[in-house]
Design a protein around this ligand. Structure first.
Ligand SMILES: Cc1cc2nc3c(=O)[nH]c(=O)nc-3n(C[C@H](O)[C@H](O)[C@H](O)COP(=O)(O)OP(=O)(O)OC[C@H]3O[C@@H](n4cnc5c(N)ncnc54)[C@H](O)[C@@H]3O)c2cc1C
Ligand SMILES: NC(=O)c1ccc[n+]([C@@H]2O[C@H](COP(=O)([O-])OP(=O)(O)OC[C@H]3O[C@@H](n4cnc5c(N)ncnc54)[C@H](OP(=O)(O)O)[C@@H]3O)[C@@H](O)[C@H]2O)c1
Length: 453
């Protein structure tokens, strides 16, 4: 029997992809088909021992860095017995319960890698797309036409490896945190962790828990570190992600706001200006870094903070400003990630003058039809899941034809304005135009489809 349901291809079976399916189902009138290249759904939060190119990974000890109070799915609150800051497996179970409750899983096909997404011959009229997927087990390819495409392949999945003079001489092990799982093999070893983001601090703290060795954190610019425990023992984000703070943020310049926040909130807990590498930037100029144990580990010498690496030697590294070699058995690069959309035509996600031309970080501004959106390609200053959920809901309304995007000119101006603001606020960064503040961005997206409270 012919169906008038719109066929939507959802690329990626992580939380963004599965939440997109949930949203399309809730709206009705769609036939969602979700393709996942690995053999399991859940993306980042499905813990796996093996390291897969282009698939995000977590450590066995990863704890989410926002609380369940702030990161909950809007119509599926986490059960009260779950921890405020969930371990990765608790988060996975919670989200999978939501997907099962919404009967989402039957729309997902595992071991199906999206190879190509092209405009259909009748694209100019219909906005349709041709999607080619490959069965990663049988190698068989199939191609089909879709009324819409949601790109949900994540962007924290392609390790960035810096290189230093003399690195080829080093006889120890060099790896990226993307490949780091258990820390037992570092027992009794001296380890240098490069970077001071969440991955670096998780790695350094975990490795230093294995006795009789020294762990160093090497950082070129330091970081302001927040702890999960906020004032009076409440989750820090529950205290901080507040509208009255956003109001202050609106009326005072971000650097004054940052300075006040550092003096009044961060420094009394852990004044990072006292340590070897002081943060070179304002709190609000970089991704927030969350770790509960760093301060105690620095005070007890379990972790030593050091400047950037000047060069490698056979048996260690020389930090900038040092003359002596610091012996190391392993160097772990916690130096962040880059991304790729290898299946898209080059003119879909366009980077121009350092900015991605994506309206509200989702819709390519130059396309003639609003039938392709990217979900989760964003760096929110605050919890990521509510932001992702709202993106799914707005994309659904647009695909349903219930919301219209403005003209290309208006969209491009919005992109340029966001990027210009971010250039003023953030350090130079490849993902500059993807940075958003949690509350204003949620308000903005919710307003697009009449859901702002
Ligand atoms: C260690 C770590 C900790 C994090 N902690 C937090 C946190 O505490 N809070 C927070 O908000 N965010 C956190 N993040 C960010 C994380 O990216 C988001 O939490 C969220 O999981 C992103 O979901 P996603 O579905 O967009 O991407 P992913 O989880 O990366 O899922 C993308 C999926 O797409 C699949 N895929 C990729 N290419 C293809 C293809 N060609 N064909 C088919 N399938 C494909 C992948 O296999 C994967 O399953 C963390 C990330 C990492 C790496
Ligand atoms: N527990 C958790 O929930 C958890 C754990 C891990 C990761 N995450 C999330 O995953 C994402 C990725 O985090 P991440 O820590 O892997 O990456 P990240 O936030 O991008 O941090 C990368 C770090 O590496 C440094 N760096 C980058 N290039 C370098 C170079 N060439 N030389 C020296 N240092 C370099 C950066 O320093 P500069 O600041 O000087 O650029 C920064 O300190 C983030 O969104 C994070 O929140 C969450």
């Amino acid at each position: 029997m012919a169906t008038s349901a719109k066929k939507i291809a959802i690329l990626g079976g992580g939380f963004a992809g599965l939440s997109s399916v949930a949203s399309l189902k809730e709206e009705g009138g769609f036939e969602p088909v979700c393709f996942e290249k690995t053999s399991n759904l859940g993306g980042t939060w499905f813990y796996r021992e093996e390291v897969i190119d282009g698939v995000a990974s977590i450590m066995p000890t990863t704890i989410i860095n926002h609380s369940k109070e702030m990161g909950a799915l809007s119509n599926f609150p986490p059960p009260k017995e779950l921890s405020n800051f969930m371990r990765h497996n608790e988060l996975y179970d919670y989200a999978m319960d939501y997907f099962k409750f919404n009967d989402v899983l039957k729309h997902a096909q595992c071991n199906m890698e999206v190879m190509k997404v092209r405009r259909a011959p009748d694209y100019e009229e219909t906005g349709r797309w041709i999607v080619t997927v490959k069965n990663t087990i049988s190698g068989e390819e199939k191609t089909d036409i879709y009324d819409g495409v949601l790109v949900c392949v994540g962007h924290v999945n392609r390790p960035q490896m810096p290189s230093y003079p003399g690195q080829e001489l080093f006889k120890g092990k060099i790896l990226h945190t993307h490949s780091l799982r258990g820390v037992e093999s570092y027992k009794g070893k001296n380890v240098v962790v490069v970077g001071m983001g969440c991955s670096a601090l998780d790695a350094a703290v975990d490795i230093s828990s294995v006795a009789k060795q020294q762990v160093y954190i090497s950082t070129r610019s330091g970081a302001h570190v927040l702890q999960r425990v906020g004032p009076h023992g409440y989750p820090f984000d529950w205290t901080l992600a507040r509208r009255f703070l956003m109001f202050l943020f609106d009326i005072i310049p971000f650097y004054i706001f940052s300075w006040l926040f550092e003096c009044l909130y961060i420094d009394p807990q852990f004044n990072q200006k006292l340590y070897t590498v002081k943060p070179k930037d304002y709190f609000l100029s970089k991704d927030p870094v969350v770790n509960d144990h760093l301060a105690a580990h620095l005070l007890s010498g379990l972790v030593i903070q050091s400047p950037d690496i000047e060069r490698f030697t056979e048996d260690g590294v020389i930090f900038k400003g040092d003359t002596e070699v610091t012996k190391a058995d392993a160097v772990i690069m916690a130096t962040g990630y880059s991304w790729k959309f290898p299946f898209l035509e080059n003119d879909v996600i366009v980077k121009e003058e350092g900015r991605f031309n994506l309206y509200k970080c989702m819709f390519p501004t130059q396309l003639h039809h609003a039938t392709l959106a990217v979900i989760g390609f964003i760096l929110p200053f605050g919890p990521g899941f509510p932001v992702g959920e709202l993106q799914c809901r707005w994309a659904t309304q647009v695909l349903a034809g219930k919301c219209k995007l403005p003209s290309k000119e208006v969209m491009l101006k919005d992109v340029i304005d966001r990027n210009d603001y971010n250039v003023r606020r953030y350090l130079p960064n490849e993902k500059m135009s993807l940075r958003v503040d949690y509350i204003p961005y949620c308000d903005d997206i919710a307003s697009q489809f009449g859901a702002k409270p």
